[in-house]
Design a protein around this ligand. Structure first.
Ligand SMILES: *Cc1c(COP(=O)(O)O)cnc(C)c1O
Length: 222
């Protein structure tokens, strides 16, 4: 099936309150334009350099999401245009995003990545650490960022019960923190679910799914 067909099929199965991020990492501009041309405007990349190149090459009404691990020294390259940064996992990174957002006279939306997988993933933090960050003095001084929710990646496994447990953990983290009243913490987004598990993620409360291969086909790395 074509990229356009894949995209429209997936979109038709997703409820209206769920945002679809089309993960275009490793894919050329021509592929992304196929999705754009049937009306899709939200794309996710996991490397800042690639995202910057595609940003310059493509229509400016696209919303670019950074879904990969972010190195602090590279935030400046995307600060003028990035729409949402999914993988934030430290106060230091938030401070750098804030600094670069201020330089660009804007507020950048971020998600805190929560470690939900059983496997020992390098990225993300535990819910207790996220709470500590959000309630810290340093955080309250960051006027050019806004934490709008949480992101998580489930274990890569066929075991749906395990995946469900991990999605439920992200949902309950969101629910337990959503009442906090902090001016730059406005939780509305739970980013969870990829090509293999987005339906399950939506059943568990996801409001944003990140689908790559299900739309663009398999990725080839060399
Ligand atoms: C690559 C990637 C995805 C999309 O994965 P697919 O299985 O191709 O849908 C989603 N989220 C993150 C963080 C990714 O790096």
């Amino acid at each position: 099936m074509s990229i356009a067909n894949n995209l429209l099929n997936i979109k038709s199965t997703i409820p209206e309150h769920v945002t679809l991020v089309a993960v275009s990492k490793t894919k050329p501009v021509s592929d992304i334009m196929e999705a754009y041309n049937v009306g899709h405007k939200i794309f996710g990349e996991n490397k800042i350099q690639d995202m910057v190149e595609k940003y310059h090459a493509m229509p400016k009404d696209i919303k670019w999401h950074m879904i990969g691990h972010v190195q602090r020294n590279k935030v400046k390259y995307m600060a003028s245009f990035v729409s949402l940064i999914h993988g934030v996992d430290s106060i230091k990174l938030l401070e750098e995003i804030n600094k670069q957002a201020l330089k660009n006279n804007r507020v950048i939306d971020c998600l805190i990545q929560i470690k939900i997988a059983k496997e020992d993933s390098k990225f993300g933090i535990y819910p207790e650490e996220a709470l500590k960050i959000i309630q810290s003095q340093q955080f309250s001084e960051l006027k050019n960022i806004r934490v709008v929710g949480f992101m998580g990646m489930a274990t890569f496994t066929e075991d749906n019960e395990q995946i469900k447990k991990e999605f439920n953990l992200l949902k309950s983290t969101f629910d337990s923190l959503k009442e906090l009243e902090i001016f730059n913490f406005k939780p509305e987004t739970i980013s969870m679910g990829m090509s293999g598990d987005y339906k399950l993620a939506i059943e568990c409360g996801s409001t944003m799914v990140r689908v790559g291969s299900g739309i663009f086909g398999a990725r080839y790395y060399n």
